[in-house]
Design a protein around this ligand. Structure first.
Ligand code: KG4
Ligand code: ZN
Length: 334
């Protein structure tokens, strides 16, 4: 089954053709990040307008790259939640138009479920059940993936998402949006023990995260030293902050796995590209004899190949939508 998938939940307009959930025939991503960088973050109004301009050529290119025409496609899939509402609506309406004009089934796909599915492309042997750490710019969840379309949230952030904390810390150090990627690179040359930063815990909720206090701690460290005219070693600050965030993520994730008795662990979302997170979890899982899977770095950020993968399993479980499909800014992964 060949699915034409569309993604427009944030600042990437993407389209892909995926066969049977696992084989990517094409994947096109048009990023708007350069324009949003001027403002230090995503401007929703600009995002919607850029999606409206890009969506037709991006879908066209995805079909051309796959060397297929619309009559060789079996279904249209689209991200309908969660995300920026104006951005999601562009993809949803485009997909509805395609479904209406071709008579193809329409498959609504949840953005975070798609991030998890990026692993089905990178790890062809991977099948549920597994425990997944989903870490993106807007979400930080520990999810029990019982089956391809049956999920249970085990833990979540109470305030900032991990990606958001990375981006805000990076911005304070003058790095361009989205700073998480650069912070990760700069941290490679720093000492993770140079600065002592807190590891906030949520009382009575051992699997939940809280990154706002940690973010404030690093921002205060930077501001206080600037006021005193002391220059801190940027690589050391990045390394100490990255170590603190990864420590919080890994500690709770491994505790959840141990308590639930799950021995197959997976990571997903933009922050799953983080080098220290990948390295630490690979080592810890190896020590414990757990299986560990992660997406290729190229599939960690937003793309439509992951949407085409998840959509296949949504279709198999009977999840299709009518032409009254709407977009939702928030929606639980469950
Ligand atoms: O999943 P994603 O592309 O978009 C959302 O669905 O939110 O995640 C984007 C987030 C940004 O906050 C970005 O800074 C972060 O992922 N990110 C990273 C790295 N690469 C991307 N954070 C830390 N280290 C990285 N290497
Ligand atoms: Zn995403």
């Amino acid at each position: 089954m060949r699915i034409l998938a569309i993604e427009s939940s944030c600042d990437e307009t993407a389209a892909a053709v995926v066969e049977d959930g696992r084989r990517v025939l094409s994947s096109v991503v048009a990023s708007q990040v350069e324009e949003h960088r001027l403002y230090g973050g995503v401007v929703p109004e600009i995002a919607s307008r850029r999606h409206a301009e890009a969506i037709t050529p991006v879908v066209d290119q995805a079909l051309k790259q796959a060397e297929l025409s619309l009559d060789q496609i079996d279904a249209v899939a689209v991200t309908y939640a969660p995300g920026l509402i104006g951005a999601l609506l562009v993809g949803v309406n485009f997909a509805k138009g395609l479904a209406l004009s071709t008579g193809l089934p329409l498959i609504p796909t949840h953005h975070l479920r798609s991030h998890i599915a990026s692993n089905y492309i990178s790890n062809q042997e991977l099948k549920p059940p597994f425990l997944c750490l989903v870490v993106s710019g807007g979400h930080s969840h520990i999810v029990m993936v019982e089956d391809y379309t049956r999920m249970k949230i085990i833990g979540r952030t109470r305030d900032d998402a991990a990606g958001e904390a990375f981006d805000k810390a990076a911005r304070t150090m003058g790095m361009p949006y989205p700073g998480g990627i650069e912070l990760d690179k700069v941290a490679e040359d720093g000492d993770p023990f140079a600065f002592k930063l807190p590891r906030p815990v949520v009382s009575d909720a051992p699997y939940d995260f809280s990154f706002s206090g940690l973010k404030t701690a690093v921002i205060n460290l930077l501001h206080n030293s600037a006021q005193k005219g002391v220059e801190l070693n940027k690589a050391d600050v990045c390394a100490s902050f990255r170590y603190a965030v990864v420590d919080c993520l890994v500690t709770n994730f491994l505790k959840a796995a141990e308590d639930l008795g799950v021995k197959r662990l997976v990571i997903a979302g933009g922050v799953s590209a983080n080098s220290l997170l990948r390295k630490t979890l690979a080592e810890e899982c190896d020590k414990r004899g757990y299986e560990f899977y992660m997406p290729d770095k190229s599939l960690c950020g937003d793309n439509a190949a992951m949407v085409g993968s998840q959509a296949y399993y949504e279709f198999l479980s009977g999840n299709t939508a009518g032409l009254d499909l709407n977009a939702c800014a928030t929606m639980s992964i469950e």
